[in-house]
Design a protein around this ligand. Structure first.
Ligand SMILES: [Mn+2]
Length: 305
């Protein structure tokens, strides 16, 4: 049976594209692999796949007894069912090292870059394998998405260099225009249910025994979200009631470069401890905060210690 190449729960564009790209590269290196995902693509990912003529990875929900390569995560909290009996052969990631462990040596590419696809660009180069134009275009979009068009503090020189190379391979003339077009698709709210919006980019974390959930919605203009706030908080309360201490949702304005964090939590003082700002009315504006991974998760982790 083919080994699965699999990204995290609630897959974002990086998770989807990284699975496709790593599967392409490893197939060309003679490995028997198949790109998978823990769910259907978001509207943003669908836009990217369609634009570059790619097919969405197969959806899997149970990996018991299977060989797998992880992309874009190494946390058990973001893994599918059956992980305890799966055999992890490798990891490609750009997040902090998670709690996945293995019984044999594994092929690991983990870089402190803004996007898994930046790491994968360097893997293609390392192995001397050409990147297909469509995959190059999708990887470029994943980098623009994860780095919020280079504005995020997570963006590195490696990400910019990867985009400069990938745009040539993909034949993309203006990557910033493409990025903005993609973020407009991502910002689209029409027809989405509160549940979909909350889970569009949502992750659970176990912080020193405290289970919390953090979601993020990136929009080109925060005022678009005004009519949704109340419904989102009601949805967050439901998710919290399912065994969590708190649920947080970052409403990120990519033009203003900051996030309004909504919260439903047992203990709001943890937010003040983490960010040095007191929330009012179950929300707080965090100027300059755009990255959950670098500007939100580490602060909460310190506060929960
Ligand atoms: Mn990523």
């Amino acid at each position: 049976m083919s080994a699965l190449v699999l990204g995290h729960m609630n897959p974002d564009t990086d998770s989807i594209v990284a699975a496709l790209a790593v599967a392409d590269l490893y197939k060309k290196l003679g490995k028997d692999v198949k790109a998978c995902a823990q769910g259907k693509p978001t509207p943003e990912s669908e836009f990217v796949l369609k634009k570059f003529g790619l097919t969405a990875p197969e959806v899997v929900s149970d990996v018991a007894g299977q060989d797998i390569y992880l992309v874009d995560f190494s946390d058990l909290a973001q893994a599918p069912k059956g992980m305890d009996s799966a055999n992890v052969l490798g990891i490609v990631d750009h997040h902090k090292l998670g709690d996945v462990t293995t019984s044999s040596p594994l092929l690991c590419w983990i870089w402190p870059a803004g996007c898994s696809c930046t790491v994968i660009k360097n893997m293609y180069d390392f192995y001397g394998v050409e990147i297909p134009a469509g995959i190059a275009g999708a990887m470029l979009c994943a980098i623009l998405s994860d780095t919020v068009i280079f504005k995020s503090v997570t963006c590195t020189e490696d990400d910019k260099k990867a985009v400069a190379d990938l745009k040539k391979i993909a034949g993309v003339a203006d990557e910033k225009a493409l990025g903005l077009e993609m973020f407009k698709v991502k910002s689209a709210l029409e027809g989405a249910t509160m549940d979909e919006l909350l889970h569009r980019d949502y992750k659970d974390f176990n912080m020193n025994g405290h289970k919390i959930g953090i979601g993020q919605l990136e929009v080109v203009d925060l005022s678009m979200l005004e009519p949704y706030r109340k419904g989102l908080q009601e949805e967050m309360a439901k998710v919290k009631a399912d065994g969590r201490e708190g649920v947080f949702l970052l409403l990120t304005d990519i033009m203003k470069e900051g996030s309004d964090m909504l919260m439903v939590t047992d203990d709001e003082s943890i937010v003040e401890k983490a960010f040095g700002k007191k929330p009012a009315d179950q929300h707080v504006w965090l100027d300059g905060v755009m990255s959950r991974k670098k500007q939100v998760v580490p602060n909460f982790e310190k506060a929960f210690k």
